[in-house]
Design a protein around this ligand. Structure first.
Ligand SMILES: [Zn+2]
Length: 280
């Protein structure tokens, strides 16, 4: 640890940026974490002299974070109507249950309590790494809206995972978006065929712009926060999104928040006709 130079720290940040394409803001968090590790080392006499992280610069290529996009209710509705199978369930879980992509991948059927209308979010999968809750108490229950209940009832239980590949493993969301979602949302304005099936048509392919442009799974979670806050309350939104400031409140408070979260989810859910996902 005492050999770790400022130059090496800068190189490490550049490597992290190169591999994970992090924004400047995320790199700041990484640097902050590294700096506190070395501060801890100094305080415990493991390291003497300057904290090598302090003056390490950021790679020039790191950009400010992209302006985040959130789908409109109409766009989500069109997506749920257009998509089928795992792709539809994935969008529904990340919009109607506001799950993070890794949490949706980690979800297993036993985590779904149909009677209580709850999803117990207790693990997350990043690439091939699965992480579980640190304590029993960190298992977060998420209310299941009526529209999501209907979609889950239609989802085939072919694996322990709710979002599963044909071989039964957790789905790769990047592949799902690239191979299924984007092609399904890219259709001809005239004949509604997908681009791949369009080759034999007697006219030019022209993209139907009434279908939403895919902007990633996080945009689903972002949108539900706004919809919940608009239709019900900010507290309901915080509760559904499982933000820490609500998680740390007293049990009684959390109970009343949970009731408001279910009520808010049902208001959002009521915007959708359960079977087709069309707005009413
Ligand atoms: Zn066509």
């Amino acid at each position: 640890m005492s050999d770790f130079s400022c130059g090496r720290a800068a190189k490490l940040l550049a490597e992290i940026h190169h591999e994970h394409k992090l924004s400047k803001k995320s790199l700041r968090h990484v640097k902050g974490l590294l700096q506190s590790i070395f501060t801890h080392a100094k305080r415990n006499d493991v390291l003497f002299g300057e904290n090598p992280i302090k003056d390490a610069g950021y790679p020039r290529a790191a950009k400010a974070a992209n302006k985040s996009h959130a789908y409109t209710v109409q766009e989500i509705s069109t997506m749920l109507h257009t998509l089928t199978g795992t792709a539809k369930t994935a969008v529904a879980l990340m919009y109607l249950a506001a799950l993070r992509p890794g949490e949706a991948r980690g979800l297993r059927w036993p985590d779904y309590d149909e009677d209580k209308r709850i999803l117990n979010v207790q693990r997350s999968i990043w690439r091939k790494h699965e992480s579980g809750p640190k304590t029993e108490g960190s298992v977060a229950p998420v209310p299941v809206a009526e529209a999501l209940r209907v979609i889950l009832a239609e989802t085939q239980r072919t694996s322990q995972y709710i979002l599963a590949t044909p071989s039964g493993g957790p789905v790769d969301l990047h592949n799902l978006a690239r191979r299924v979602i984007v092609p399904s949302l890219t259709r001809c304005k005239t004949c509604h065929e997908t681009e791949a099936e369009h080759a034999k048509a007697d006219h030019e392919f022209e993209r139907d712009i009434s279908l939403p442009k895919w902007r990633g799974f996080y945009a689903c979670r972002r949108r539900i926060a706004t919809a919940l806050a608009d239709l019900d309350s900010a507290i309901a939104a915080k509760s559904v999104l499982r933000h820490s400031n609500v998680a740390t409140t007293t049990a009684h408070y959390v109970k009343s928040v949970d009731a408001s979260a279910i009520r808010a989810m049902d208001k959002v859910s009521a915007l959708f006709e359960p079977h087709t996902g069309r707005p009413i």
